[in-house]
Design a protein around this ligand. Structure first.
Ligand code: GDP
Length: 284
């Protein structure tokens, strides 16, 4: 059963501190590696990063692409590329993408490498920092990219100040702590979409309402997905669809009544884990 984690703190002071930290860290790097959720690339990024990361090389990683609709991902890739970002789509849990990402980093930063070479500077690695909103996959990516065997560099024992860098190879160093960006809740669909994928607390809506929003969205944009998974008539009203799912999946309370909340959690969980298919919540 899904327990959506709230692994971050919404206290404004905490956000201010994180932002200040990022402003400091960004001074040390050449390249911003920004993770977004491929299912909702707009809602899962905070455009403040463009101001924070100006004058830096930029790479957007569309993560969780294993869960996203390939057509939508294609559109978003084009969208970001037209804005001048380098883009790689991936599943950060897999190491298969890491060579490609390394090559793209070299390509994105080729001006810097060339500049260093002309100045006679040899072997100064590209310094990169991973940023993104909570739950987008930053830690997973850093682990896959760096691998377990890579030594951390930067701090001498006993020295607590200064940054920890992960030396990936002779070409790239990564700051070991990612920068946390907060989502921008300017319109309420942003919060709704982040809640649907489980990246913010479910309390934003009650769980039945959240499931009903998902049902409404799927019926309109991915017709047949619910019918195929649950063997139900999805043309009915949204509440009827949830009821039918509860029946089909035996979501029953002790007294014998149907358990809507249980059905709601089930359908949200199955959506979040890709069992309803590869589904995106935003199109470019
Ligand atoms: P962070 O808060 O940005 O550091 O995010 P985490 O690295 O902790 O990842 C959040 C959750 O997303 C974890 O449960 C990861 O296993 C999962 N996750 C990360 N990347 C992917 C991905 O590409 N595909 C899928 N399906 N899950 C992922």
């Amino acid at each position: 059963m899904n327990e959506t984690k709230t692994n971050f703190n919404w206290y404004p002071g905490h956000m201010t501190k994180a932002k200040r930290q990022m402003q400091e860290d960004i001074k040390l790097i050449d390249l911003v590696v920004e993770l977004v959720d491929a299912r909702l690339p707009q809602s899962s990024r905070n455009p403040d990063i463009d101001e924070l990361g100006k004058n830096k090389f930029r790479l957007i990683l569309m993560n969780k692409n294993d869960l996203a609709d390939p057509k939508a991902t294609e559109g978003w890739t084009r969208y970001f590329e037209e804005k001048g970002y380098a883009v790689v789509c991936l599943d950060a849990r897999s190491k298969n993408y890491m060579n490609q990402i390394h090559n793209v980093i070299m390509d994105v930063c080729k001006e810097k490498i060339e500049r260093d070479r002309k100045r006679g500077i040899k072997n100064r690695p590209v310094r990169a920092m991973v940023v993104g909103i909570p739950n987008v996959g930053k830690s997973t990516f850093i682990n896959s990219f760096a691998g377990k065997a890579v030594a951390k560099t930067g701090n001498k024992p006993g020295v607590t100040k200064g940054k920890q860098w992960i030396r990936l190879n002779k070409n790239v160093e990564l700051l070991d702590t990612p920068g946390i960006l907060w989502p921008k809740f300017e319109d309420q669909t942003v919060g709704l979409r982040l809640a649907l994928v489980g990246s913010i607390n479910d309390d934003i809506l009650n769980i039945d309402e959240l499931a009903m929003e998902l049902i409404r969205y799927l019926k309109a944009n991915y017709p047949g997905a619910l019918a195929a998974r649950y063997d139900i008539e999805e043309e009915n009203e949204d509440a009827q669809v949830l009821l039918a799912i509860a029946k089909q999946r035996n979501c029953i309370k002790n007294g014998g009544e149907l358990d809507y909340a249980k059905a709601a959690i089930l359908v949200l969980d199955e959506f979040r884990s890709g069992k309803l298919g590869r589904i995106s919540l935003e199109m470019a």
